[in-house]
Design a protein around this ligand. Structure first.
Ligand code: NI
Length: 269
């Protein structure tokens, strides 16, 4: 079944593995265990809360691909607002988690810099329309990246990479041979990959309906205005969902867990 979203996710996946080679390696390890395709639970996009790239506009873009809003989240410490979107007719379609950085809560310097990127995006989108994956602005300098990093790892990542999948997430419930997140984590570590241990290796619990873990983000040479420089790109996530009182699998997200997952792209982590 060829859906509009299928083409979008192929593009997002190709773009994502090009800068996240570990994700492709882990994906291939899972594929070697079973002939069934790996099902994605969700992908995550990051954006700014301003201009033609804000959450509202990304929501409209996703609506054109068959998606509708399905939940909202607040991350006070990281100064983010987020929504998740679910496909309206295909339950197997990955959910899309979109967060936006609340610019007005940051320094005047950060705001001015980011609003400059947004102005470039507004101009480009008014000419060509919103395209994802895409960075609707030019390369930034190493210095600008470092300055952003001091205030917000999220802002620095977004300024460097733009609108693209920050992570893909394997649905453990659809894996044939690995039955729970504990066996997935063991399998991934045995294959030689490092997991994010911020908070703990497993975020969430059966009680809240969702357990998640993730690899640490790949480090790769990224092109800045003033040359290539190694930074953290994207990570691969694993999600196991549990039934609610009504017997159906929980389909939302848990803010406290996502808060720690955001740290998978931290330089120091
Ligand atoms: Ni996620």
């Amino acid at each position: 079944m060829q859906n509009l979203y299928t083409e979008l996710f192929h593009k997002l996946w190709d773009d994502y593995v090009a800068i996240t080679p570990d994700a492709l390696k882990v994906h291939n390890e899972f594929s070697s265990l079973s002939s069934n395709p790996i099902v994605n639970d969700h992908i995550a996009l990051r954006t700014f809360n301003d201009g033609l790239i804000n959450l509202k506009h990304i929501g409209k873009f996703l609506a054109q691909h068959g998606y509708a809003e399905a939940g909202e989240y607040h991350f006070e410490e990281k100064k983010l607002y987020a929504k998740h979107f679910a496909h309206q007719s295909d339950a197997m379609a990955p959910k899309v988690f979109v967060s936006e950085l609340l610019l007005e809560e940051f320094s005047a310097e950060l705001q001015m810099f980011c609003r400059g990127l947004i102005a470039q995006a507004n101009w480009q989108i008014s000419q060509e329309g919103l395209q994802i994956p895409n960075r609707h602005w030019g390369k930034i300098s190493r210095n600008a990246y470092e300055r952003l990093l001091e205030e917000s790892e999220y802002a620095a990542w977004l300024a460097a990479f733009g609108l693209r999948a920050n992570h893909f997430t394997v649905s453990i419930n659809h894996l044939e041979s690995l039955k729970d997140i504990e066996s997935v984590n063991q399998f991934v570590k045995t294959a030689g990959f490092k997991l994010n241990t911020s908070g703990s290796e497993i975020k969430g619990s059966q009680k809240v309906g969702l357990k998640q873990s993730s690899t640490m983000a790949n480090s790769l040479d990224w092109a800045f205005e003033d040359g290539n420089y190694p930074i953290r790109s994207c990570f691969y996530e694993f999600a196991e969902r549990f039934p609610m009182a009504n017997g159906e699998l929980y389909q939302g997200f848990v803010a406290a867990s996502a808060d720690k997952i955001f740290e998978s792209t931290n330089v120091a982590a």
